[in-house]
Design a protein around this ligand. Structure first.
Ligand code: NVA
Length: 310
């Protein structure tokens, strides 16, 4: 059966552990598995800006022995020149997998429905599940292994309604984490995603909570995470999106109330002085460069795993 990774909970807890273990194995040996030798092509498509995701997927596909076929979203005009379904049918006849960054989650769902090959979410308005796989692998690295993830408390502060918040909820709950989202009034996570995450957490021994202050989220947390206050596509709201988030900035005072050995995550790009201060981002608790590196290892692990299921 063709498996896809459209949202974080497309992997069961056991499957997520398998992928994370493989991500750590790829960190030790970049060529430990090469499922795309042939080479088989993987289409990597971007409808929004990208740096890490483009570099990590194209490098990753090449390291897996395949051919990374970069498709420029502006040229392909998926859903404009041709329907998503027809695009999926064409791609599925030629490539081993499709990796797509786009806007509405429904576009990705439609691609998966018609492609006949694995489809991977490289970020949508709703989720950024590849990033959270990398984040979980990073936490595992710094906490002594994948087996140590369950029970960790992860505090995410900032925009509770964005793709990172949603993916921390679902992916974190799947890993058995205690996920606390600290966000101002007016920016709550999607209610359906929150309910799904709560149901998963009940089975994994984790928990999810949405709180209205940075202190409630961060106090005692093992992992402190944040993201830009203005996601791609929201540039027109930049001014309105500043004031409400200022009390949620990750600074030295925030870190002082976290666990003494807390680590700091940021998916990048980071805006120093906005959602995080330079001393924290560039300081000793920050593991953001490991996190950026893990995009490569985690996505190679994910692609390897997905291709093995088909
Ligand atoms: N929430 C951010 C994540 C960037 C990797 C955005 O969607 O722009």
């Amino acid at each position: 059966m063709t498996r896809h990774f459209l949202r974080d909970d497309d992997l069961t807890p056991a499957e997520q552990r398998e992928v994370l273990e493989l991500a750590l194995a790829f960190r030790d040996d970049r060529y430990v598995r090469r499922p795309l030798v042939g080479p088989r092509a993987v289409a990597v498509i971007f409808d929004k800006p990208t740096l890490r995701t483009q570099v990590s997927f194209t490098t990753g596909v090449a390291e897996l022995g395949g051919y990374p076929l970069l498709v420029e979203g502006k040229l392909a005009q998926i859903g404009v020149r041709e329907s998503v379904a027809d695009t999926a049918r064409v791609l599925g006849r030629q490539v081993a997998a499709v990796v797509w960054r786009t806007f509405e989650q429904s576009r990705l769902d439609e691609m998966a429905q018609h492609a006949g090959v694995p489809v991977v979410n490289a970020l949508t308005d709703l989720f950024h599940p590849c990033q959270v796989l990398a984040d979980l692998a990073t936490v595992a690295l710094h906490r002594g292994g994948v087996g140590r993830l369950a029970g960790q408390t992860l505090a995410y502060v900032g925009d509770g309604a964005n793709n990172m918040a949603h993916s921390y909820l679902l992916g974190g709950a799947t890993a058995g984490l205690h996920v606390r989202i600290g966000t101002p009034d007016g920016y709550p996570p999607d209610a359906g995603v929150l309910a799904d995450a709560a149901a998963i957490a009940e089975r994994t021994g984790g928990s999810v909570a949405v709180v209205g202050s940075l202190a409630e989220a961060v106090t005692g947390a093992d992992v402190v995470a944040t993201d830009t206050w203005v996601s791609m596509g929201q540039e027109g709201e930049a001014a309105a999106r500043e004031t409400p988030f200022v009390p949620f900035r990750v600074d030295a005072a925030a870190l002082a109330i976290a666990a003494p050995d807390a680590i700091v995550l940021h998916c990048l790009p980071a805006y120093r002085g906005k959602e995080i201060t330079a001393d924290v981002l560039d300081g000793p608790r920050s593991v953001v460069w490991d996190e950026a590196e893990f995009r490569l290892h985690a996505q190679k692990a994910l692609l390897t795993w997905l291709l093995e299921q088909s």
